[in-house]
Design a binder for this molecule. Structure first.
Ligand SMILES: Cc1cc2nc3c(=O)[nH]c(=O)nc-3n(C[C@H](O)[C@H](O)[C@H](O)COP(=O)(O)O)c2cc1C
Length: 574
């Protein structure tokens, strides 16, 4: 079985905790969830995930990152097979999320002498969840903790807007750097290390694009801090540990950060979130913006300094504000940030507002009202989401982000096309392809894209390539293993016209055409032929993704007609 196949999509396997010795006196405990956990963008590849925890057994024992509450029971059962919980002195938290609190409570119930080690923002969140009477050792900089037997742990805070409390830990005895969110990936399998690491790169890239790409300044600062640490492997919070592809991935992280910094348009995305719902919306919008080749600077108002907010606004061409409603209002930190924005951003800035609420949802309206009163034009209708976003709301957020970015690019008149007069362009433009409509369907969501850069790529299995622009909505559904339908259009008919217009975020692409549902996509019943395909590989090609897919099923619906061909004079547009 190839390595990639061991990370098959969706599974009926029950959750479990996989344990293994990974170094001297060091046990990895991987809480495995084989299916998609939540709708957040970062889980979009639907390969499940692992919540990685570690037990270091020096003369004193320390536990790193116990998992969330869905694992509390089976995790503790597994932990008790390895050690006596009363012998654990420290619990080190790479970050504190509310989800973890139940497991921490269960640990405290068995050992109330535990000391927690975390950063200052982590300590605040921890006290909110566990009360004031817990023992916390707060890490500010270069502190160490001697567990004995050579395990003198070194702590490295690596704060980001998304995880202001992020903390990495280095164990010189085992030469393991516990990197928390950095270098993680959401995928579930048996492999503890990254054998076949190159096949995992698209998962790591997806995770980076979903969680890191909009905070590259802080990611680079973290990479600088970790650069000189002589680790033989990295142990992130999710997915396999990095041993074989470590140097390569560190280089790629730098490169992905660089790519982002080279974008010449940027958006400041300011938000606050008490329970994470507005953060989820912010991440989906940010993903949509970066897909369209516009940089995003994510700013968590709860931890940002006024100068930081001002600087981000000054270098941006647009800003977005996200806020929950708490007690009928917006949190003070958002109010303060709004004041800075209003006094910094010129009225020509593109803006937008979003937020999660419970029943009345005043915050979004208050912010939108203040922006309008100040003379700003909102680029989209404020997005208000009741409590936790659904998959459909997140898709709407992503598409709104892409729309927002494309609009900014139009306003800035960024030339994305090459010189239409060049001989190369004219010659490349003579390559023809079959006019097709690619459709995907996932649950309640269905979307489509007109495609003409389509070509046969293999006989056996019957395979084809399709080039998909990075800012297409459909792109998120075209990862390895994903299914779609390719509808090949008939010459002389005008079916393509329905798919050439610009769709608003969330708009139904199929309202005027006849369709039939099949696994993974929609068949346009008036097309010439259709193919039911599965993505086998995906390759980054400049501003497009090249998708190689195999056709598993298909049919010619109009046997006496010809394929519509897309003739062009230049390669500088479709
Ligand atoms: C203390 C508290 C006060 C709240 N007050 C309001 C309110 O006045 N109006 C409202 O619509 N929702 C209210 N909510 C619900 C939140 O807006 C809702 O939980 C939202 O999803 C929080 O977003 P967040 O996860 O980004 O913090 C309140 C929630 C809490 C815990």
């Amino acid at each position: 079985m190839s390595f990639a196949k061991s990370f098959a999509k969706s599974s009926t396997k029950p959750r479990d905790v996989q344990t293994a010795y990974i170094a001297a006196e060091t046990i990895a405990m991987r809480s495995r969830s084989w299916n998609r956990l939540r709708f957040e963008v970062e889980y979009g590849l639907e390969k499940g995930t692992t919540a990685n925890s570690f037990l270091i057994q020096g003369n004193l024992q320390a536990l790193i990152d116990p998992p969330g509450e869905t694992f509390t029971e089976i995790y503790l059962r597994e932990l008790m097979l390895r050690t006596n919980i009363l012998d654990i002195s420290y619990v080190i938290l790479g970050h504190v999320n509310q989800n973890r609190i139940e497991t921490l409570k269960a640990l405290l119930a068995k050992n109330d002498r535990l000391t927690f080690i975390c950063t200052n923002p982590g300590a605040i969140a921890l006290r909110q969840g566990l009360g004031e009477n817990i023992k916390i050792q707060t890490v500010r900089g270069e502190e160490t903790l001697d567990l004995g037997k050579g395990h003198t742990l070194k702590f490295i805070p690596t704060s980001t807007p998304r995880h202001p409390d992020a903390l990495c830990t280095y164990d010189p005895k085992a030469q393991i750097l516990y990197t928390d969110k950095l270098f993680a990936a959401h995928l579930c399998g048996d492999q503890i290390f990254d054998e076949g690491w190159s096949q995992l790169l698209s998962d790591r890239r997806y995770y980076f694009d979903s969680t890191m790409v909009n905070q590259v300044r802080q990611v680079e600062a973290a990479l600088d801090k970790l650069a000189d640490i002589p680790a033989s492997f990295y142990a992130p919070a999710h997915g396999p540990m990095l041993r074989y592809g470590l140097n390569e991935l560190v280089k790629l992280y730098r490169q992905w950060c660089d790519n982002q910094k080279q974008q010449n348009i940027s958006v400041a995305l300011l938000f606050a979130s008490a329970y994470g719902n507005t953060t989820t919306l912010a991440n989906a919008i940010a993903k949509g913006i970066t897909k369209a080749g516009v940089a995003v600077e994510l700013i968590n108002c709860e931890n940002a300094e006024p100068e930081e907010i001002k600087a981000a606004i000054e270098k941006s061409s647009g800003f977005l504000i996200g806020s929950p409603t708490l007690g009928g209002h917006l949190p003070t930190q958002v109010q303060t940030a709004l004041g800075i924005v209003l006094s910094t951003a010129s009225k020509s800035y593109q803006t937008g507002v979003f937020g999660s609420y419970g029943w009345s949802g005043e915050a979004v309206d208050i912010i939108a009202g203040k922006l309008k009163d100040a003379g700003y034009i909102l680029a989209f209708e404020p997005i208000r989401v009741k409590f936790t976003p659904t998959e459909a709301t997140l898709q709407l957020c992503e598409e709104t982000g892409t729309d927002f970015a494309q609009n900014l690019k139009r306003l800035k008149k960024v030339r994305t096309t090459l010189n239409p007069g060049s001989t190369v362009e004219q010659a490349v433009g003579r390559i023809i392809g079959s006019m097709s409509v690619l459709t995907v369907k996932r649950g309640e969501i269905s979307t489509a894209m007109l495609a003409s850069w389509v070509s046969q790529a293999s006989f056996n299995p019957p395979g084809l390539t399709i080039s998909v622009a990075k800012d297409r909505a459909v792109e998120s559904y075209l990862y390895e293993g994903d299914r779609f339908v390719l509808n090949i259009l008939e010459q002389g008919k005008q079916l393509h016209k329905y798919f050439m217009k610009k769709y608003a975020p969330g708009e139904d692409r199929f309202q005027d055409v006849k369709i039939e549902s099949t696994e993974g996509g929609l068949i346009l019943t008036d097309c010439l032929a259709y193919l039911e395909c599965q993505v086998a590989q995906r390759m980054e090609c400049g501003d497009h993704w090249l998708i190689y897919a195999t056709a598993q099923n298909g049919k010619v619906l109009k046997t006496n007609s010809l394929t519509e061909i897309h003739h062009r004079k230049t390669a500088s547009n479709y």
